[in-house]
Design a protein around this ligand. Structure first.
Ligand code: MV4
Length: 447
């Protein structure tokens, strides 16, 4: 097992990883930009290194500075968290070249999953369903039109190098097809330096359901059930829950087995997430593979009792999976609300000094945050400042517990999205559990 880990991240996830390391008896190195000397992750780590100015391109995305920080502190491994360098294969390669363990899958896994069109082909050949669409990237206009005639409208044009909603276009009418296709290609080229796009039939009112998987270096793979992330706004998830309110035990086993089959097809190691589209008839289609630990991992931790970060570190050090599939038992229901430093109606960022923060507590309540009284939310980074996670025996009780916890949560000095979450939890639409990724539009219509 490692004796010292550098955490190449900031905010709540850096704090979360430091906590796991401390429980494992591993010492920690925080890295930070100029403006984050008094950040919580810096204060609770054993050591810290300043890696550059506020701008992320010069600090949290600065590969040479992070590798140097790992070298001067004798860190044996780097944990990338989520975002930043977590899915950058060059960073995984740079760690390896410097003799530092990257806590995550292989650079090759990151590359395969990052090329969405190639990932789709790998998965399709393995016998996991994908949405009807193109075999690989489409470059020829005529072939594209022929394909769309075959599968029918609406379709969605996606950038091979995109993901998480970046670089895609929905096409509803034949007269828009050529224009949308060419726009998507030129947008992909300028955004990602790669103009490849592929086409899928557009599934309306889909649910976003993803499965947490874990794989060791001997080829053993297990899943930890699913998370339903259908409450999103502009491709940013706002609320996640486990289990999904729409899956029966039979469908849960089915999606779990599909996720394992997908991970096997990638020769996957370490922790990861397989994203699926679930349509109105509960058909399941592979969407994307995420090769990092995710923001919403706590809801899975709550229903399984497994510490995903600790397990991830053990797996990266070469240890086998500590659990077999048969010993994974899902218990109760968990919901996470992402609390952002934003106006709760317009979602405009609201950085600044937190004059008071009082966190909720009591039975079944968890708060993952790096915020404290007297800390200023910097304007340079993501606006998510806390995750409020609850666990209860069923969905109804989890919603009641979330409403109770939200009502206790006090954050003064800045605007937060707590009032938004209070309205959602009180809505009959959320309570019904019957909604897709169109949740926000329907919620806004009702209120
Ligand atoms: C889709 C889809 C419908 N059909 N793919 C969004 C995030 C990224 N992971 C993929 N996404 C989608 N992929 C097929 N074949 C619907 C979405 C989607 C979406 C699309 C357009 C506008 C808003 C959306 C919100 C969530 C999901």
């Amino acid at each position: 097992m490692f004796s010292k880990i550098l955490i190449a991240n900031r905010g709540e996830i850096a704090v979360r990883i430091i906590r796991a390391c401390r429980e494992l008896g591993i010492s920690t190195v925080a890295v930070h930009s100029d403006v984050e000397r008094s950040a919580l992750h810096v204060r609770i780590a054993d050591e810290s290194v300043c890696i550059g100015p506020a701008a992320v391109s010069e600090s949290y995305l600065n590969i040479p500075a992070i590798i140097s920080a790992a070298e001067i502190t004798d860190s044996e491994a780097v944990h990338p968290g989520y975002g930043f360098l977590s899915e950058n294969p060059q960073f995984a390669d740079a760690c390896r070249a410097s003799g530092i363990n990257f806590i995550g899958p292989s650079a090759e896994n990151i590359r395969s999953a990052g090329d969405k069109s190639r990932a789709r082909q790998i998965i399709k050949h393995a016998g996991v369903p994908v949405v009807p669409g193109s075999d690989g990237p489409m470059s020829d206009e005529k072939a594209m039109i022929a394909l769309v005639k075959k599968i029918g409208l609406p379709v969605i044009v996606k950038a091979s190098a995109g993901g998480g909603g970046r670089g895609m276009r929905v096409v509803e009418r034949y007269e828009d097809l050529k224009h949308s296709f060419n726009m998507a290609r030129s947008e992909a080229l300028s955004a990602f330096g790669n103009g490849d796009v592929y086409i899928e039939k557009f599934i309306t009112r889909m649910r976003h359901v993803e499965v947490q998987i874990m794989a060791d270096t001997s080829g053993n793979i297990i899943h930890l059930g699913e998370r339903d992330c259908s409450v999103q706004r502009r491709h940013q998830k706002l609320i996640e829950e486990s289990p999904s309110p729409v899956l029966t035990d039979r469908l849960r086993r089915k999606i779990g087995n599909l996720a394992i089959k997908a991970a096997k097809a990638f020769d996957y190691t370490n922790v990861g997430t397989v994203e699926f589209i679930v349509d109105n008839e509960n058909n399941m289609y592979f969407m994307e593979m995420n090769t990092r630990v995710q923001v919403e991992h706590p809801v899975t931790e709550m229903v399984t009792g497994i510490d995903i970060i600790k397990e991830q570190i053990r797996l990266a050090s070469g240890l086998p999976l500590s659990r077999k599939q048969a010993s994974i038992k899902l218990s109760g229901h968990s919901i996470e609300c992402r609390i952002n430093a934003e106006d709760p109606d317009k979602f405009i960022p609201s950085p600044g000094l937190i004059s008071t923060i009082i966190q909720p507590g009591g039975p079944g309540v968890r708060v993952d945050t790096a915020a404290y009284t007297g800390w200023s939310v910097p304007p340079y980074y993501d606006s998510m400042i806390a995750k409020l996670i609850v666990h209860a025996s069923d969905r109804k009780e989890a919603i009641a517990r979330m409403r109770r916890a939200l009502s206790e949560f006090i954050i003064d000095g800045i605007r937060t999205t707590i009032p938004f979450h209070e309205r959602v939890m009180a809505s009959s639409l959320f309570q019904s559990g019957r909604f897709g990724v169109d949740f926000i539009e329907r919620f806004n219509e009702q209120s």
